[in-house]
Design a protein around this ligand. Sequence first.
Ligand SMILES: Cc1cc2nc3c(=O)[nH]c(=O)nc-3n(C[C@H](O)[C@H](O)[C@H](O)COP(=O)(O)OP(=O)(O)OC[C@H]3O[C@@H](n4cnc5c(N)ncnc54)[C@H](O)[C@@H]3O)c2cc1C
Length: 318
Amino acid sequence: MKEIWIFAELAGDGIRPVSLQLLAKGRELASEIGAMTAAAVIGGDEKTHSILSEHGAERICAIKGRRDYRLDTHARALAECIKRHSPHIVLFGATHIGRELAPSVASVLHLGLTADCTGLSMRGDSLIQTRPAFGGNIMADITCRTFPQMATVRPNVFSARRFDGRAEIVHVDLDPEESIFEIVEEIKAQREGRSIEDSRIVISGGRGLKSREDFEMLEELASLVCGAVGCSRPIVERGWMPKSAQVGQSGKTISPDLYIAVGVSGSVQHQAGIKSAKKIVAINNDPSAPILDIADYALVGDLYELVPALIEELKRER
Ligand SMILES: Cc1cc2nc3c(=O)[nH]c(=O)nc-3n(C[C@H](O)[C@H](O)[C@H](O)COP(=O)(O)OP(=O)(O)OC[C@H]3O[C@@H](n4cnc5c(N)ncnc54)[C@H](O)[C@@H]3O)c2cc1C
């Protein structure tokens, strides 16, 4: 039976959410071609295996090895495992690790790879890998000529789901190899505020805000609801917010429970980043702004009146 593999990326004592999102998508694709979905994990334990099973893995390729990531040993182990089992498709999250590991595995095995996909579908046995191309001006559908077909996929494009049933565990014991890398020191990246990918509430500001200082108003609103502040691309181009806060096609794809777009018109490029947001609230003084077409709730009016009023109301409720 054909297999669709998801590389399960471990983070701390858990699994990166994108791996679980890809398992759910893998199940959907597998059902179209009568395949099964498997997770490939290196150095996982029982807890890891049960999470993968609950999230859709029908088989787990439990590769023996060190849990913490090293490019050389991970790439060799995964490549060897792929050679032995010949899956039909292998998917990685487009995380820092996935973006480094997937091309290394592809190069060891002389395979093609589509990076940073924002959509996946099947046409017969071919995986259609959709991603922005030519600076984001077009969306390209790409197929691989080599097998397994390999892609990295952006986090939060798909949603994780829970499934019944227990995965079969296949233990893969490879010859142990030492990494040539030695970690001398780990320095945690300094992050200002919450990250927009991990927050359940994201409040984004667009060109409707007149100055960098006006973002303090959004920061205050975000702090009252334990949310994060994002923005549209022109705000990053003006240097008012970091690139890591940009929502959209050439920025981040996010799936918060609540997305509040303040003075954002809702261009197609911006909308591409919030397709899986659960509820969208738009604050805009133009009743014909495209963001209102996809918003669940709209506050039509001047943001300089509406946002302070919301802040006051939230403070009063407390
Ligand atoms: C290849 C490519 C990739 C791109 N990628 C991205 C991307 O990843 N993310 C992204 O965001 N954009 C992206 N863009 C840019 C995108 O096309 C739009 O230009 C951008 O999203 C517009 O940003 P905005 O909504 O902040 O500004 P505008 O379109 O100018 O909208 C401002 C909004 O604020 C409202 N407003 C003004 N004053 C007030 C007020 N006082 N009260 C309330 N509302 C007010 C206006 O009615 C308007 O709707 C990309 C473009 C290209 C070509």
